[in-house]
Design a protein around this ligand. Sequence first.
Ligand code: FES
Length: 197
Amino acid sequence: MLDVIESGGPFAFTEANRKRADAIIAKYPAGRQRSAVMGLLYLAQEQNGGWVSREALEHVADYLGLTRIQVLEVATFYTMYNLKPIGRHHVQVCGTTPCWLRGADEVMRACRDFGLEKGRSTEDGLFHLSEVECLGACVNAPMVQINADYFEDLDYERMTAILEALKRGETPKPGPQVDRQFAAPEGGPTTLKEHVK
Ligand code: FES
Protein backbone atom coordinates (compact mmCIF):
# COMPACT_ATOMS: atom_id res chain seq x y z
CA MET A 1 0.00 0.00 0.00
CA LEU A 2 2.77 2.44 0.88
CA ASP A 3 4.66 1.55 -2.28
CA VAL A 4 3.36 4.80 -3.79
CA ILE A 5 5.81 6.63 -1.51
CA GLU A 6 9.56 6.33 -1.85
CA SER A 7 11.64 4.93 0.96
CA GLY A 8 14.04 7.37 2.60
CA GLY A 9 15.69 5.29 5.32
CA PRO A 10 14.97 5.19 9.05
CA PHE A 11 13.00 8.14 10.40
CA ALA A 12 12.06 9.33 13.87
CA PHE A 13 11.35 12.82 15.17
CA THR A 14 14.30 14.52 16.81
CA GLU A 15 13.94 15.41 20.48
CA ALA A 16 13.14 19.01 19.53
CA ASN A 17 10.53 17.93 17.01
CA ARG A 18 8.94 15.52 19.49
CA LYS A 19 8.31 18.56 21.68
CA ARG A 20 6.86 20.47 18.72
CA ALA A 21 4.72 17.45 17.78
CA ASP A 22 3.41 17.15 21.34
CA ALA A 23 2.58 20.86 21.35
CA ILE A 24 0.58 20.44 18.12
CA ILE A 25 -1.27 17.43 19.54
CA ALA A 26 -2.06 19.36 22.75
CA LYS A 27 -4.09 21.86 20.73
CA TYR A 28 -6.82 19.27 20.24
CA PRO A 29 -9.21 17.72 22.78
CA ALA A 30 -8.34 14.36 24.32
CA GLY A 31 -9.17 11.53 21.94
CA ARG A 32 -8.95 13.83 18.93
CA GLN A 33 -5.21 13.47 18.32
CA ARG A 34 -6.02 12.42 14.80
CA SER A 35 -6.64 16.09 14.02
CA ALA A 36 -2.92 16.76 14.44
CA VAL A 37 -2.00 14.63 11.43
CA MET A 38 -1.47 17.57 9.07
CA GLY A 39 0.79 19.42 11.47
CA LEU A 40 2.85 16.31 12.18
CA LEU A 41 3.19 15.47 8.49
CA TYR A 42 4.44 18.99 7.84
CA LEU A 43 6.91 18.67 10.69
CA ALA A 44 8.12 15.33 9.34
CA GLN A 45 8.52 16.82 5.87
CA GLU A 46 10.55 19.72 7.26
CA GLN A 47 12.86 17.38 9.20
CA ASN A 48 13.22 15.08 6.21
CA GLY A 49 14.60 17.72 3.86
CA GLY A 50 11.35 18.76 2.19
CA TRP A 51 9.58 15.48 1.52
CA VAL A 52 7.62 12.79 3.37
CA SER A 53 9.26 9.40 3.01
CA ARG A 54 7.47 6.10 3.62
CA GLU A 55 9.24 5.77 6.97
CA ALA A 56 8.31 9.34 7.95
CA LEU A 57 4.66 8.62 7.17
CA GLU A 58 4.79 5.42 9.21
CA HIS A 59 6.36 7.32 12.10
CA VAL A 60 3.57 9.91 12.04
CA ALA A 61 0.96 7.14 11.97
CA ASP A 62 2.56 5.38 14.94
CA TYR A 63 2.99 8.65 16.84
CA LEU A 64 -0.72 9.41 16.53
CA GLY A 65 -1.98 5.83 16.85
CA LEU A 66 -3.44 5.91 13.34
CA THR A 67 -3.36 3.37 10.57
CA ARG A 68 -1.02 3.92 7.61
CA ILE A 69 -3.96 4.38 5.26
CA GLN A 70 -5.44 7.16 7.42
CA VAL A 71 -2.20 9.14 7.13
CA LEU A 72 -1.71 8.23 3.47
CA GLU A 73 -5.16 9.61 2.62
CA VAL A 74 -4.14 13.00 3.97
CA ALA A 75 -0.62 12.98 2.53
CA THR A 76 -1.84 12.19 -0.98
CA PHE A 77 -4.73 14.68 -0.90
CA TYR A 78 -2.84 17.92 -0.21
CA THR A 79 -0.25 19.38 -2.58
CA MET A 80 1.72 20.72 0.40
CA TYR A 81 3.17 17.25 1.01
CA ASN A 82 5.90 16.01 -1.31
CA LEU A 83 6.03 12.25 -1.53
CA LYS A 84 9.40 12.05 -3.24
CA PRO A 85 12.66 13.98 -2.86
CA ILE A 86 12.55 17.46 -4.33
CA GLY A 87 14.92 20.36 -4.88
CA ARG A 88 15.99 22.53 -1.94
CA HIS A 89 13.80 25.46 -3.03
CA HIS A 90 10.25 24.34 -3.79
CA VAL A 91 8.86 27.01 -6.11
CA GLN A 92 5.05 26.83 -6.14
CA VAL A 93 3.51 29.12 -8.72
CA CYS A 94 -0.14 29.96 -8.14
CA GLY A 95 -2.05 29.51 -11.39
CA THR A 96 -5.59 30.20 -10.18
CA THR A 97 -7.74 32.88 -11.84
CA PRO A 98 -6.77 36.06 -9.85
CA CYS A 99 -3.05 35.31 -10.21
CA TRP A 100 -3.52 34.25 -13.81
CA LEU A 101 -5.36 37.49 -14.65
CA ARG A 102 -2.53 39.46 -13.02
CA GLY A 103 0.29 37.74 -14.90
CA ALA A 104 0.97 34.23 -13.54
CA ASP A 105 1.88 33.18 -17.08
CA GLU A 106 4.78 35.65 -17.02
CA VAL A 107 5.91 34.29 -13.65
CA MET A 108 5.83 30.77 -15.04
CA ARG A 109 7.70 31.93 -18.15
CA ALA A 110 10.43 33.40 -15.93
CA CYS A 111 10.75 30.04 -14.17
CA ARG A 112 10.97 28.19 -17.47
CA ASP A 113 13.56 30.59 -18.88
CA PHE A 114 15.56 30.07 -15.70
CA GLY A 115 15.69 26.34 -16.52
CA LEU A 116 12.89 25.07 -14.28
CA GLU A 117 10.39 22.53 -15.53
CA LYS A 118 6.98 21.94 -14.00
CA GLY A 119 6.88 18.81 -11.83
CA ARG A 120 10.66 18.37 -11.90
CA SER A 121 13.71 19.15 -9.80
CA THR A 122 16.80 20.70 -11.35
CA GLU A 123 19.85 18.46 -11.69
CA ASP A 124 21.82 20.48 -9.16
CA GLY A 125 19.06 19.75 -6.61
CA LEU A 126 18.45 23.45 -5.98
CA PHE A 127 14.95 23.95 -7.37
CA HIS A 128 11.68 22.11 -7.84
CA LEU A 129 8.81 23.74 -9.73
CA SER A 130 5.10 23.12 -9.14
CA GLU A 131 1.92 24.86 -10.22
CA VAL A 132 -0.62 25.05 -7.41
CA GLU A 133 -4.11 26.38 -6.77
CA CYS A 134 -4.93 29.54 -4.82
CA LEU A 135 -2.63 30.11 -1.84
CA GLY A 136 -4.84 32.79 -0.32
CA ALA A 137 -2.74 35.83 -1.23
CA CYS A 138 -4.76 36.90 -4.28
CA VAL A 139 -4.81 40.50 -3.07
CA ASN A 140 -1.12 40.76 -4.04
CA ALA A 141 -1.35 38.57 -7.15
CA PRO A 142 0.50 37.15 -8.89
CA MET A 143 2.45 35.28 -6.26
CA VAL A 144 4.53 32.20 -5.55
CA GLN A 145 5.37 30.25 -2.44
CA ILE A 146 8.99 29.15 -2.05
CA ASN A 147 9.37 26.75 0.87
CA ALA A 148 7.67 28.62 3.76
CA ASP A 149 7.79 32.12 2.22
CA TYR A 150 5.36 34.00 -0.01
CA PHE A 151 6.63 36.34 -2.75
CA GLU A 152 3.96 38.67 -4.08
CA ASP A 153 3.32 41.36 -6.73
CA LEU A 154 5.54 39.50 -9.15
CA ASP A 155 6.34 39.96 -12.81
CA TYR A 156 8.90 38.38 -15.11
CA GLU A 157 11.85 40.48 -13.90
CA ARG A 158 11.05 40.22 -10.19
CA MET A 159 10.62 36.46 -10.37
CA THR A 160 13.92 36.11 -12.24
CA ALA A 161 15.68 38.26 -9.64
CA ILE A 162 14.36 36.07 -6.81
CA LEU A 163 15.52 32.87 -8.50
CA GLU A 164 18.93 34.36 -9.22
CA ALA A 165 19.30 35.44 -5.59
CA LEU A 166 18.43 31.94 -4.36
CA LYS A 167 20.91 30.44 -6.77
CA ARG A 168 23.63 32.72 -5.37
CA GLY A 169 22.75 31.41 -1.90
CA GLU A 170 21.12 34.65 -0.79
CA THR A 171 17.81 35.05 1.04
CA PRO A 172 15.54 37.35 -0.99
CA LYS A 173 13.06 39.47 0.94
CA PRO A 174 9.67 37.71 1.06
CA GLY A 175 6.28 39.40 0.84
CA PRO A 176 5.24 42.16 -1.57
CA GLN A 177 7.90 42.98 -4.16
CA VAL A 178 6.55 46.50 -4.71
CA ASP A 179 6.30 49.53 -2.45
CA ARG A 180 3.43 48.48 -0.23
CA GLN A 181 2.96 47.39 3.36
CA PHE A 182 1.38 43.94 3.50
CA ALA A 183 -1.79 44.31 1.39
CA ALA A 184 -2.05 48.11 1.71
CA PRO A 185 -2.24 50.21 -1.47
CA GLU A 186 0.96 50.57 -3.45
CA GLY A 187 2.76 53.82 -2.57
CA GLY A 188 0.99 54.34 0.76
CA PRO A 189 -2.53 55.16 1.99
CA THR A 190 -5.06 56.55 -0.47
CA THR A 191 -7.85 57.27 2.01
CA LEU A 192 -8.22 58.32 5.66
CA LYS A 193 -5.01 60.30 5.44
CA GLU A 194 -6.11 62.93 7.93
CA HIS A 195 -6.44 62.21 11.62
CA VAL A 196 -10.05 62.66 12.74
CA LYS A 197 -10.35 64.47 16.06
S1 FES B 1 -5.35 33.12 -6.94
FE1 FES B 1 -3.23 33.17 -6.51
S2 FES B 1 -3.20 33.46 -4.37
FE2 FES B 1 -5.29 33.32 -4.81
